[in-house]
Design a protein around this ligand. Sequence first.
Ligand code: SF4
Ligand code: SF4
Length: 103
Amino acid sequence: MLVEKSKENLARCQCMECPSYSMGCKIKNFPENMIKLMGDLDNVEHYEKMFCAFGKSHCIAEDKGCLCETCPVYNEYDLHREEYCMKDGGKISRGCWTDVEKN
Ligand code: SF4
Ligand code: SF4
């Protein structure tokens, strides 16, 4: 099950509180994130938050810790990785990996 690109999930994402999400990246991404929030997130290819749904960050580069395991989205979608902002493949949950391994 892919993480749904919903505003509800976005609100529950912990990335903005995370030490890895630098102040520089927050400031840089704020205008574009706000514009994208005005539309339907389902049609948004990339967003600089909730990286488990939108893919890795185009800005965050240094691992200073990760809050994903404390996130309700992480538990609801049975995710099993961390640092989704820095790694590809964050869109795939544990259930999907199991399916891939079976095939
Ligand atoms: S994916 Fe993890 S490490 Fe990256 S910003 Fe979000 S909580 Fe922090
Ligand atoms: S699991 Fe990590 S990247 Fe995904 S919504 Fe939660 S804090 Fe954000």
